[in-house]
Design a protein around this ligand. Structure first.
Ligand code: AMP
Ligand code: GLY
Length: 438
Protein backbone atom coordinates (compact mmCIF):
# COMPACT_ATOMS: atom_id res chain seq x y z
CA UNK A 1 0.00 0.00 0.00
CA UNK A 2 1.08 3.59 -0.64
CA UNK A 3 0.72 6.10 2.19
CA UNK A 4 0.50 9.90 2.05
CA UNK A 5 1.35 11.97 5.12
CA UNK A 6 0.29 15.62 5.15
CA UNK A 7 2.61 18.03 6.99
CA UNK A 8 6.24 19.12 7.32
CA UNK A 9 7.14 19.04 11.02
CA UNK A 10 8.89 16.72 13.44
CA UNK A 11 5.62 14.90 14.00
CA UNK A 12 5.36 14.07 10.30
CA UNK A 13 8.96 12.86 10.09
CA UNK A 14 8.28 10.56 13.05
CA UNK A 15 5.08 9.32 11.38
CA UNK A 16 6.91 8.68 8.08
CA UNK A 17 9.77 6.86 9.86
CA UNK A 18 7.36 4.64 11.80
CA UNK A 19 4.92 4.00 8.95
CA UNK A 20 7.76 3.02 6.61
CA UNK A 21 8.60 0.13 8.97
CA UNK A 22 5.19 -1.47 8.38
CA UNK A 23 5.26 -4.63 6.25
CA UNK A 24 2.01 -3.42 4.65
CA UNK A 25 3.63 -0.32 3.21
CA UNK A 26 5.31 -0.09 -0.18
CA UNK A 27 5.93 3.65 -0.45
CA UNK A 28 5.53 6.71 1.79
CA UNK A 29 4.91 10.23 0.42
CA UNK A 30 5.00 13.38 2.53
CA UNK A 31 3.40 16.66 1.41
CA UNK A 32 5.31 18.93 1.58
CA UNK A 33 7.78 17.27 4.00
CA UNK A 34 11.26 18.39 5.12
CA UNK A 35 14.87 17.22 4.68
CA UNK A 36 14.28 14.29 7.03
CA UNK A 37 11.24 13.01 5.19
CA UNK A 38 13.13 13.51 1.89
CA UNK A 39 15.71 11.02 3.18
CA UNK A 40 13.26 8.52 4.77
CA UNK A 41 10.37 8.90 2.26
CA UNK A 42 9.40 10.83 -0.89
CA UNK A 43 8.48 14.51 -0.66
CA UNK A 44 5.66 15.94 -2.77
CA UNK A 45 5.60 19.74 -3.27
CA UNK A 46 1.98 20.35 -2.21
CA UNK A 47 1.11 22.65 0.71
CA UNK A 48 -0.83 21.28 3.69
CA UNK A 49 -3.88 23.42 2.94
CA UNK A 50 -4.02 22.84 -0.82
CA UNK A 51 -6.81 20.33 -0.48
CA UNK A 52 -7.74 20.06 -4.17
CA UNK A 53 -4.14 19.20 -5.12
CA UNK A 54 -3.82 16.71 -2.25
CA UNK A 55 -6.97 14.89 -3.40
CA UNK A 56 -5.73 14.90 -7.00
CA UNK A 57 -2.36 13.47 -5.98
CA UNK A 58 -3.96 10.75 -3.82
CA UNK A 59 -6.18 9.67 -6.71
CA UNK A 60 -3.36 9.71 -9.26
CA UNK A 61 -1.00 7.69 -7.07
CA UNK A 62 -3.74 5.37 -5.77
CA UNK A 63 -2.83 6.19 -2.19
CA UNK A 64 -4.24 3.53 0.16
CA UNK A 65 -4.23 5.67 3.30
CA UNK A 66 -3.63 9.38 3.99
CA UNK A 67 -2.57 10.54 7.47
CA UNK A 68 -3.13 14.19 8.34
CA UNK A 69 -0.50 15.69 10.68
CA UNK A 70 -1.44 19.32 11.48
CA UNK A 71 -4.68 21.01 12.53
CA UNK A 72 -5.06 23.57 9.71
CA UNK A 73 -6.07 21.13 6.93
CA UNK A 74 -8.32 19.23 9.37
CA UNK A 75 -10.16 22.46 10.21
CA UNK A 76 -10.48 23.17 6.47
CA UNK A 77 -12.19 19.80 5.95
CA UNK A 78 -9.44 17.79 4.24
CA UNK A 79 -10.95 14.59 5.65
CA UNK A 80 -14.41 15.45 4.28
CA UNK A 81 -12.87 16.11 0.86
CA UNK A 82 -10.98 12.80 0.83
CA UNK A 83 -13.97 10.81 2.09
CA UNK A 84 -16.29 12.29 -0.53
CA UNK A 85 -13.85 10.93 -3.14
CA UNK A 86 -13.84 7.54 -1.40
CA UNK A 87 -10.20 7.99 -0.39
CA UNK A 88 -9.16 6.42 2.91
CA UNK A 89 -7.95 9.05 5.38
CA UNK A 90 -7.01 9.15 9.08
CA UNK A 91 -8.29 12.18 11.01
CA UNK A 92 -11.50 13.88 12.14
CA UNK A 93 -13.94 15.66 9.80
CA UNK A 94 -14.01 19.46 9.80
CA UNK A 95 -17.11 19.38 12.02
CA UNK A 96 -15.41 17.13 14.59
CA UNK A 97 -12.13 19.08 14.37
CA UNK A 98 -13.95 22.09 15.82
CA UNK A 99 -12.93 20.60 19.17
CA UNK A 100 -9.58 22.21 18.37
CA UNK A 101 -10.46 24.92 15.85
CA UNK A 102 -13.02 26.63 18.11
CA UNK A 103 -12.35 26.95 21.82
CA UNK A 104 -15.98 28.03 22.35
CA UNK A 105 -17.20 24.85 20.61
CA UNK A 106 -14.82 22.82 22.77
CA UNK A 107 -15.97 24.46 26.00
CA UNK A 108 -19.62 23.83 25.13
CA UNK A 109 -18.91 20.14 24.47
CA UNK A 110 -17.00 19.86 27.76
CA UNK A 111 -19.90 21.46 29.63
CA UNK A 112 -22.46 19.22 27.91
CA UNK A 113 -20.34 16.11 28.60
CA UNK A 114 -19.77 17.18 32.21
CA UNK A 115 -15.98 16.94 31.79
CA UNK A 116 -13.90 18.85 34.36
CA UNK A 117 -12.56 22.11 32.93
CA UNK A 118 -11.93 25.70 34.06
CA UNK A 119 -15.08 27.80 34.65
CA UNK A 120 -15.63 30.03 31.65
CA UNK A 121 -17.70 32.63 29.84
CA UNK A 122 -17.83 33.23 26.09
CA UNK A 123 -17.93 36.79 24.67
CA UNK A 124 -18.27 38.41 21.26
CA UNK A 125 -18.41 42.03 22.40
CA UNK A 126 -15.23 43.43 24.03
CA UNK A 127 -17.30 45.88 26.11
CA UNK A 128 -19.26 42.98 27.65
CA UNK A 129 -16.01 41.13 28.31
CA UNK A 130 -14.46 44.16 30.01
CA UNK A 131 -17.58 44.76 32.12
CA UNK A 132 -17.44 41.11 33.19
CA UNK A 133 -13.80 41.38 34.30
CA UNK A 134 -14.38 44.69 36.13
CA UNK A 135 -17.47 43.28 37.83
CA UNK A 136 -15.59 40.19 38.99
CA UNK A 137 -12.46 42.08 40.05
CA UNK A 138 -13.60 45.52 41.21
CA UNK A 139 -10.21 46.70 42.58
CA UNK A 140 -7.83 47.91 39.90
CA UNK A 141 -4.89 46.34 41.73
CA UNK A 142 -6.68 43.10 42.67
CA UNK A 143 -5.24 39.77 41.67
CA UNK A 144 -7.06 38.65 38.57
CA UNK A 145 -6.28 34.96 37.90
CA UNK A 146 -7.96 34.58 34.51
CA UNK A 147 -6.94 33.37 31.07
CA UNK A 148 -8.22 35.18 28.00
CA UNK A 149 -8.34 33.10 24.81
CA UNK A 150 -9.11 33.88 21.18
CA UNK A 151 -11.66 31.35 19.94
CA UNK A 152 -9.97 30.21 16.73
CA UNK A 153 -6.67 28.69 15.63
CA UNK A 154 -3.79 31.06 16.40
CA UNK A 155 -0.75 28.75 16.29
CA UNK A 156 -0.79 28.47 20.08
CA UNK A 157 -0.45 32.24 20.50
CA UNK A 158 -4.05 33.32 21.17
CA UNK A 159 -3.95 32.37 24.86
CA UNK A 160 -3.07 35.09 27.40
CA UNK A 161 -2.54 34.03 31.01
CA UNK A 162 -3.19 37.00 33.34
CA UNK A 163 -2.32 37.94 36.92
CA UNK A 164 -3.64 41.52 37.19
CA UNK A 165 -6.80 43.19 35.99
CA UNK A 166 -5.05 45.50 33.55
CA UNK A 167 -3.46 42.45 31.89
CA UNK A 168 -6.89 40.90 31.35
CA UNK A 169 -8.32 44.15 29.96
CA UNK A 170 -5.31 44.52 27.67
CA UNK A 171 -5.74 40.91 26.49
CA UNK A 172 -9.38 41.60 25.57
CA UNK A 173 -8.25 44.70 23.70
CA UNK A 174 -5.55 42.80 21.79
CA UNK A 175 -7.91 39.99 20.78
CA UNK A 176 -11.15 41.85 20.05
CA UNK A 177 -10.19 45.43 19.15
CA UNK A 178 -6.64 45.30 17.81
CA UNK A 179 -7.43 41.92 16.17
CA UNK A 180 -3.91 40.62 16.81
CA UNK A 181 -5.07 37.11 16.02
CA UNK A 182 -7.30 38.11 13.10
CA UNK A 183 -10.63 36.36 12.75
CA UNK A 184 -9.61 33.84 15.44
CA UNK A 185 -10.59 36.63 17.85
CA UNK A 186 -14.17 37.17 16.71
CA UNK A 187 -15.19 35.30 19.87
CA UNK A 188 -13.18 35.00 23.05
CA UNK A 189 -13.25 32.91 26.19
CA UNK A 190 -12.46 34.20 29.63
CA UNK A 191 -11.76 31.40 32.06
CA UNK A 192 -10.49 30.76 35.54
CA UNK A 193 -6.70 30.34 35.79
CA UNK A 194 -5.81 26.84 36.97
CA UNK A 195 -2.63 25.74 38.70
CA UNK A 196 -0.72 22.50 38.51
CA UNK A 197 1.44 20.36 36.25
CA UNK A 198 0.41 19.98 32.63
CA UNK A 199 0.16 16.60 30.91
CA UNK A 200 -0.79 15.45 27.41
CA UNK A 201 -3.04 12.41 27.19
CA UNK A 202 -3.53 11.32 23.59
CA UNK A 203 -6.00 8.67 22.54
CA UNK A 204 -6.72 7.04 19.21
CA UNK A 205 -10.41 6.52 18.55
CA UNK A 206 -12.69 5.33 15.78
CA UNK A 207 -15.63 7.15 17.36
CA UNK A 208 -16.64 4.16 19.50
CA UNK A 209 -13.56 2.42 20.86
CA UNK A 210 -10.93 4.52 22.63
CA UNK A 211 -7.28 3.55 22.84
CA UNK A 212 -5.45 5.84 25.28
CA UNK A 213 -1.73 6.17 24.55
CA UNK A 214 0.89 6.42 27.32
CA UNK A 215 0.74 9.90 28.90
CA UNK A 216 3.36 12.46 27.91
CA UNK A 217 4.52 15.88 29.09
CA UNK A 218 5.35 18.77 26.76
CA UNK A 219 7.52 21.82 27.61
CA UNK A 220 5.84 24.85 26.04
CA UNK A 221 7.82 27.81 27.44
CA UNK A 222 11.00 28.63 25.51
CA UNK A 223 13.60 28.58 28.29
CA UNK A 224 14.79 26.38 31.16
CA UNK A 225 12.62 26.40 34.27
CA UNK A 226 9.55 27.19 32.12
CA UNK A 227 10.66 30.79 31.61
CA UNK A 228 10.11 32.93 28.54
CA UNK A 229 7.44 33.05 25.85
CA UNK A 230 5.32 30.08 24.82
CA UNK A 231 6.44 28.01 21.82
CA UNK A 232 5.00 25.08 19.88
CA UNK A 233 6.82 22.83 22.38
CA UNK A 234 10.56 22.63 23.18
CA UNK A 235 10.62 18.98 24.17
CA UNK A 236 8.56 16.12 25.55
CA UNK A 237 8.97 12.81 27.31
CA UNK A 238 6.80 9.73 27.69
CA UNK A 239 5.50 8.18 29.87
CA UNK A 240 5.17 10.85 32.56
CA UNK A 241 5.00 9.50 36.14
CA UNK A 242 2.56 12.33 36.91
CA UNK A 243 -0.20 10.29 35.27
CA UNK A 244 -0.03 6.77 36.68
CA UNK A 245 -2.26 3.88 35.57
CA UNK A 246 -5.01 4.74 38.05
CA UNK A 247 -5.10 8.39 36.99
CA UNK A 248 -5.05 7.42 33.30
CA UNK A 249 -8.04 5.14 33.90
CA UNK A 250 -9.80 8.05 35.66
CA UNK A 251 -9.05 10.34 32.72
CA UNK A 252 -10.38 7.77 30.28
CA UNK A 253 -13.62 7.41 32.23
CA UNK A 254 -14.26 11.06 33.12
CA UNK A 255 -12.69 12.90 30.18
CA UNK A 256 -12.24 10.82 27.02
CA UNK A 257 -15.32 8.58 27.12
CA UNK A 258 -17.88 11.34 27.84
CA UNK A 259 -16.31 13.58 25.18
CA UNK A 260 -16.42 10.90 22.49
CA UNK A 261 -20.01 10.01 23.45
CA UNK A 262 -21.11 13.63 23.33
CA UNK A 263 -19.53 14.12 19.90
CA UNK A 264 -21.36 11.04 18.65
CA UNK A 265 -24.67 12.20 20.17
CA UNK A 266 -24.21 15.59 18.51
CA UNK A 267 -23.77 13.83 15.15
CA UNK A 268 -20.17 14.88 14.86
CA UNK A 269 -18.51 11.52 15.52
CA UNK A 270 -14.80 11.94 16.27
CA UNK A 271 -12.27 9.67 14.58
CA UNK A 272 -8.53 10.14 14.78
CA UNK A 273 -6.33 11.34 17.62
CA UNK A 274 -8.06 13.07 20.50
CA UNK A 275 -5.36 14.90 22.45
CA UNK A 276 -6.38 16.21 25.86
CA UNK A 277 -4.18 19.02 27.20
CA UNK A 278 -4.71 18.62 30.94
CA UNK A 279 -3.88 20.60 34.07
CA UNK A 280 -3.37 18.27 37.03
CA UNK A 281 -4.92 20.45 39.74
CA UNK A 282 -5.32 19.84 43.48
CA UNK A 283 -8.91 18.83 42.76
CA UNK A 284 -8.07 16.48 39.90
CA UNK A 285 -7.30 16.71 36.17
CA UNK A 286 -9.06 19.42 34.16
CA UNK A 287 -9.08 19.86 30.39
CA UNK A 288 -7.26 23.01 29.21
CA UNK A 289 -7.87 22.27 25.55
CA UNK A 290 -8.38 19.54 23.01
CA UNK A 291 -6.25 19.03 19.93
CA UNK A 292 -7.50 16.75 17.20
CA UNK A 293 -4.17 15.31 15.97
CA UNK A 294 -0.89 13.93 17.28
CA UNK A 295 1.00 16.47 19.41
CA UNK A 296 4.30 17.85 18.21
CA UNK A 297 6.73 17.04 19.88
CA UNK A 298 4.79 14.41 21.93
CA UNK A 299 4.42 12.23 18.81
CA UNK A 300 8.20 11.70 18.57
CA UNK A 301 8.79 9.96 21.95
CA UNK A 302 5.44 8.14 21.64
CA UNK A 303 6.32 6.59 18.29
CA UNK A 304 9.87 5.74 19.44
CA UNK A 305 8.22 3.55 22.08
CA UNK A 306 5.52 1.96 19.91
CA UNK A 307 6.51 -1.58 18.96
CA UNK A 308 3.32 -2.54 17.10
CA UNK A 309 2.51 -1.71 13.49
CA UNK A 310 1.10 1.84 13.46
CA UNK A 311 -0.55 1.28 10.07
CA UNK A 312 -2.65 -1.55 11.49
CA UNK A 313 -3.94 0.81 14.18
CA UNK A 314 -4.63 3.68 11.76
CA UNK A 315 -6.47 1.36 9.35
CA UNK A 316 -8.57 -0.05 12.19
CA UNK A 317 -9.71 3.52 12.91
CA UNK A 318 -10.60 4.20 9.28
CA UNK A 319 -12.51 0.88 9.12
CA UNK A 320 -14.09 1.50 12.54
CA UNK A 321 -12.74 -1.80 13.83
CA UNK A 322 -10.52 -0.56 16.61
CA UNK A 323 -12.20 -3.03 18.99
CA UNK A 324 -10.91 -5.92 16.86
CA UNK A 325 -7.14 -5.39 17.04
CA UNK A 326 -4.72 -6.45 19.77
CA UNK A 327 -3.66 -3.82 22.31
CA UNK A 328 -0.50 -2.14 21.00
CA UNK A 329 2.85 -3.13 22.47
CA UNK A 330 5.07 -0.43 23.97
CA UNK A 331 8.79 -0.44 24.66
CA UNK A 332 8.92 -0.33 28.48
CA UNK A 333 11.79 2.17 28.29
CA UNK A 334 10.90 5.86 28.49
CA UNK A 335 11.72 8.20 25.61
CA UNK A 336 12.50 11.89 25.45
CA UNK A 337 12.63 14.39 22.61
CA UNK A 338 14.76 17.55 22.84
CA UNK A 339 13.86 20.23 20.29
CA UNK A 340 16.78 22.19 18.80
CA UNK A 341 15.66 25.63 17.61
CA UNK A 342 16.87 28.59 15.54
CA UNK A 343 18.25 31.67 17.26
CA UNK A 344 15.35 34.09 17.89
CA UNK A 345 12.56 31.48 17.90
CA UNK A 346 9.65 31.85 18.85
CA UNK A 347 10.22 35.41 17.55
CA UNK A 348 11.90 36.23 14.24
CA UNK A 349 14.76 34.01 13.11
CA UNK A 350 16.95 33.48 10.07
CA UNK A 351 16.80 30.40 7.85
CA UNK A 352 19.28 28.65 5.58
CA UNK A 353 22.05 27.81 8.12
CA UNK A 354 23.97 24.65 7.22
CA UNK A 355 23.62 21.91 9.88
CA UNK A 356 26.39 19.41 10.66
CA UNK A 357 26.56 16.34 12.86
CA UNK A 358 23.10 14.85 12.30
CA UNK A 359 24.55 11.53 11.18
CA UNK A 360 26.90 11.34 14.18
CA UNK A 361 23.93 12.10 16.45
CA UNK A 362 21.84 9.40 14.78
CA UNK A 363 24.63 6.90 15.47
CA UNK A 364 24.35 7.35 19.24
CA UNK A 365 22.65 4.13 20.42
CA UNK A 366 18.87 4.39 20.95
CA UNK A 367 18.73 7.82 19.29
CA UNK A 368 16.77 9.03 16.26
CA UNK A 369 16.99 12.61 15.00
CA UNK A 370 13.64 13.75 13.62
CA UNK A 371 13.71 16.77 11.33
CA UNK A 372 11.21 19.64 11.63
CA UNK A 373 12.20 22.97 10.01
CA UNK A 374 14.86 21.69 7.61
CA UNK A 375 15.37 21.48 3.86
CA UNK A 376 17.95 20.03 1.48
CA UNK A 377 19.93 22.26 -0.88
CA UNK A 378 20.96 21.13 -4.36
CA UNK A 379 24.01 19.29 -3.03
CA UNK A 380 21.85 17.48 -0.42
CA UNK A 381 23.24 19.52 2.48
CA UNK A 382 20.73 19.97 5.31
CA UNK A 383 19.82 23.62 6.01
CA UNK A 384 17.65 25.17 8.72
CA UNK A 385 14.24 26.18 7.40
CA UNK A 386 12.09 26.93 10.44
CA UNK A 387 12.00 27.86 14.13
CA UNK A 388 11.90 24.36 15.58
CA UNK A 389 14.59 22.62 13.51
CA UNK A 390 15.26 19.13 14.92
CA UNK A 391 13.73 16.81 17.53
CA UNK A 392 16.53 14.69 18.96
CA UNK A 393 14.72 11.68 20.41
CA UNK A 394 16.16 8.92 22.60
CA UNK A 395 15.14 5.83 24.54
CA UNK A 396 16.82 4.84 27.83
CA UNK A 397 16.46 2.38 30.71
CA UNK A 398 15.21 5.27 32.86
CA UNK A 399 14.19 8.85 32.15
CA UNK A 400 17.65 10.04 33.27
CA UNK A 401 19.38 7.63 30.87
CA UNK A 402 17.06 8.62 28.01
CA UNK A 403 17.88 12.26 28.81
CA UNK A 404 21.61 11.55 28.82
CA UNK A 405 21.35 9.76 25.45
CA UNK A 406 19.36 12.60 23.89
CA UNK A 407 21.73 15.34 25.09
CA UNK A 408 24.80 13.27 24.07
CA UNK A 409 23.36 13.32 20.55
CA UNK A 410 22.40 17.01 20.76
CA UNK A 411 26.05 17.90 21.46
CA UNK A 412 27.13 16.43 18.13
CA UNK A 413 24.85 18.74 16.11
CA UNK A 414 25.96 22.24 15.13
CA UNK A 415 24.69 25.27 13.22
CA UNK A 416 25.03 29.00 13.75
CA UNK A 417 22.57 30.02 16.47
CA UNK A 418 21.38 26.52 17.48
CA UNK A 419 19.97 26.25 20.99
CA UNK A 420 17.74 23.99 23.09
CA UNK A 421 16.34 23.70 26.60
CA UNK A 422 18.70 21.80 28.88
CA UNK A 423 16.05 20.58 31.33
CA UNK A 424 13.64 18.48 29.26
CA UNK A 425 12.17 15.75 31.51
CA UNK A 426 13.61 17.19 34.76
CA UNK A 427 10.07 17.72 36.04
CA UNK A 428 9.63 13.93 36.07
CA UNK A 429 12.69 13.59 38.31
CA UNK A 430 11.55 16.36 40.67
CA UNK A 431 8.13 14.74 40.82
CA UNK A 432 9.60 11.31 41.63
CA UNK A 433 11.75 12.85 44.39
CA UNK A 434 8.72 14.59 45.91
CA UNK A 435 6.66 11.40 45.84
CA UNK A 436 9.46 9.61 47.71
CA UNK A 437 9.57 12.32 50.37
CA UNK A 438 5.89 11.98 51.20
P1 AMP B 1 -4.23 26.10 25.31
O1 AMP B 1 -3.81 26.41 23.89
O2 AMP B 1 -5.65 26.38 25.62
O3 AMP B 1 -3.75 24.77 25.80
O4 AMP B 1 -3.35 27.10 26.18
C1 AMP B 1 -1.95 27.19 26.02
C2 AMP B 1 -1.30 27.21 27.37
O5 AMP B 1 -1.86 28.24 28.17
C3 AMP B 1 -1.53 25.93 28.16
O6 AMP B 1 -0.59 24.94 27.83
C4 AMP B 1 -1.37 26.43 29.58
O7 AMP B 1 0.00 26.54 29.93
C5 AMP B 1 -1.96 27.82 29.52
N1 AMP B 1 -3.37 27.80 29.94
C6 AMP B 1 -4.46 27.64 29.14
N2 AMP B 1 -5.60 27.65 29.86
C7 AMP B 1 -5.23 27.83 31.14
C8 AMP B 1 -5.94 27.93 32.40
N3 AMP B 1 -7.28 27.88 32.46
N4 AMP B 1 -5.23 28.11 33.51
C9 AMP B 1 -3.88 28.19 33.48
N5 AMP B 1 -3.15 28.12 32.36
C10 AMP B 1 -3.80 27.92 31.20
N1 GLY C 1 2.71 19.94 21.75
C1 GLY C 1 1.63 20.85 21.60
C2 GLY C 1 0.85 20.68 20.39
O1 GLY C 1 1.10 19.80 19.58
O2 GLY C 1 -0.09 21.44 20.21
Amino acid sequence: MKILIIGNGGREHALAWKIKQSPRVKEVFVAPGNAGTALDAVNVPIGVSDIAELVKFAKQERIGLTVVGPEAPLALGVVDAFESEKLRVFGPTGAAAQLESSKAFCKNVLRQADVPTADFQIFRDPDDAMRFVKGRFPGERDRCPVVVKADGLAAGKGVIVCKRRNEALDAIDRIARRKEFGSAGSQMIIEERLEGQEASVLAITDGRTILPLPPAQDHKPAFDGDKGPNTGGMGAYCPTPMVDDALLAWIEEHVLVPTIHTMKRNRKPFRGVLYAGLMLTQTGPKVLEYNCRFGDPECQPLLMRLKSDLVEILEAVVDQKLDQIDAPEWDPRPAICVVMASQGYPGDYEKGKPITGIQAADEVPDVKVFHAGTRLDQENNVLTDGGRVLGVTALGESISVAKLNAYTAVQKIRWAGAWCRKDISDKALTFAAEVQEH
